[in-house]
Design a protein around this ligand. Structure first.
Ligand code: HEM
Length: 462
């Protein structure tokens, strides 16, 4: 009986080793980066997802800053080297095109990340004209200021879930920029549908009833129907509006003409890209300020100095925003330390050479920026929250800072995003004190930054 057991064990081990070897041989080519592709089909997905940053660190120790693995259904080359990361991002023309997972591509549709060359130029040009720095300065700033002022009204004496509030803020503020006069009840119900869609962007893309992906695809259908109705309503109306939908539909300057399908994708891009990035950054900035009273004081002083120069009720302007240098430093440090974006994905459009290695066509390249955010050579005492480092000249524009990406796809919403977080902080620190309520669960930082059961804060008037 024992002999049979040993035979079965020996067979299982041999079969396991043979499968591993087959999997490694299947993708094997001369000159590829070191690393293991793990099991056939599933690769190293389980470890990749469950161990997250520790998996990456372990592989880096074993193979160096550039290694191959297989996860989420595709062979991947992971780069943790700051110079290689930048090289990949600025060299789309050499074949490093955006390569987000299938679930994301199908749920979000033919959005900006799916287009290249001249089409990308047109879609990005349209986007920059709607939400880029000039649009922020000319139109979006007063809107953000007015919204935050009423959104943060009446929190005195309450216990709020900061996560819930910042998520709500990030969605509603973008939606109001898209359609200025839809009632809050519509915005809230649309948010519930959009959230189902957004949640499914990271899921297994099996369109089977009961799965998250299936629910996400159904929600996408509803989102498109609602957007189609909004466009039709706007076309049928002779009233004028000062919002993004108006600019897209009437297209007055005629420079970046989009058809109706493209308009809907553009709106989904605006709502999705500026959602979790802004909500998480805001939540974490307030959390870090709460834990670091000396920086909170510096930020508070900055905002009261701005208010002192204003008449009662006078709105913030571009110069006020530009004077929020302490706040900007806090936001950049928050993005770095919380790793709001862990990395970005590319796919190789052809066989490409990277740092002396050959990466075959169709592989994914994971530009993993989380590790460089914590590199002690780039950031002294990297695990300490120290916004002052960003006040040093040049750090924000340093080559190794990839918080907003780089190259032709560098974030077009950077200034709009920074503005929303800054003005939230402005209203929060000048009106309230806050302390964390006991019993909040530990924050999760990978694959997304999350307070598992909310981040509850007790708010009192300042
Ligand atoms: C404030 C927090 C934000 C962070 C940390 C952030 C980060 C990033 C990063 C790292 C990229 C590069 C992606 C890549 O190379 O594949 C990116 C691209 C992009 N971001 Fe942001 N972003 C933020 C806010 C926003 C906002 C408010 C919008 C508003 C629409 C936005 C829209 C986009 C778009 C459309 C792209 C893709 C550009 C292209 O492919 O040409 N982002 N962002």
């Amino acid at each position: 009986m024992l002999t049979v057991f040993y035979y079965v064990l020996a067979f299982t081990i041999s079969a396991f080793l043979a499968l591993m070897k087959w999997n490694n041989l299947r993708y094997s080519r001369e000159g590829m980066p070191p690393g293991s592709l793990g099991w056939p089909f599933v690769g190293e997905t389980l470890r990749f997802l469950t161990q997250g940053p520790d998996f990456m660190k372990g592989r880096k120790l074993r193979h160096g800053s550039l290694f191959k693995t297989h996860a989420l259904g595709s062979p991947i080359v992971v780069s943790m080297d700051p110079d290689i990361n930048r090289y990949v991002l600025v060299n789309e023309a050499k074949g490093f095109v955006p390569g987000y997972p299938d679930s994301m591509r199908k749920i979000l549709g033919t959005n900006i990340a799916e287009v290249h060359g001249a089409v990308h130029k047109r879609i990005r040009g349209s986007l920059l004209s709607l939400i880029g720095p000039m649009a922020v300065k000319d139109h979006l700033l007063p809107e953000v200021d007015e919204f935050m002022s009423s959104f943060l009204h009446n929190w005195d004496g309450k216990i709020i879930d900061l996560q819930e509030k910042t998520v709500q803020m990030a969605f509603i503020i973008s939606m109001k920029a898209v359609v200025e006069d839809e009632p809050n009840s519509f915005l809230e119900s649309f948010k519930a549908i959009f959230d189902k869609m957004a949640l499914a962007t990271i899921s297994l893309p099996f369109n089977i009833p009961g799965t998250q992906y299936y629910r996400g695809m159904k929600a996408r259908g509803k989102v498109l129907t609602i957007l189609r109705e909004l466009i039709a309503k706007r076309r049928a109306s002779s009233a004028t509006h000062n919002d993004i939908l108006e600019k897209l539909v009437r297209n007055e300057d005629g420079k970046y003409k989009l058809d109706d399908e493209e308009i809907m994708e553009q709106i989904i891009t605006i709502l999705y890209s500026g959602y979790e990035t802004v909500s998480t950054t805001t939540m974490m900035a307030i959390k870090y300020l709460c834990d670091n009273p000396n920086f909170l004081q510096a930020v508070r002083d900055e905002h009261f100095a701005i208010l002192q120069k204003k008449l009662p009720g006078e709105r913030l302007n571009w110069d006020d925003y530009k004077n929020m240098s302490q706040t900007r430093a806090v936001i950049l440090e928050t993005m770095r330390l919380a790793s709001v974006v862990s990395g970005v994905m590319r796919r190789t459009a052809n066989d490409v050479e990277l740092n002396g290695y050959m990466i075959p066509k169709g592989w994914r390249v994971y530009v993993y920026t989380r590790e460089t955010n914590y590199d002690p050579i780039l950031y002294e005492e990297p695990l300490t929250f120290n916004p002052r480092r960003w006040l040093e000249k040049g750090l924000e524009t340093h080559n190794h800072n990839l918080l907003f990406g780089a190259g032709g796809r560098v974030c077009p919403g950077k200034e709009w995003g920074m503005l929303k977080v800054s003005i939230f902080i402005h209203n929060f620190v000048t009106r309230y004190r806050w302390e964390e309520v006991q019993g909040n669960k530990k924050l999760v930082k990978f694959p997304r930054v999350l307070a598992p059961e909310g981040l509850h804060m007790k708010i009192t008037k300042y």
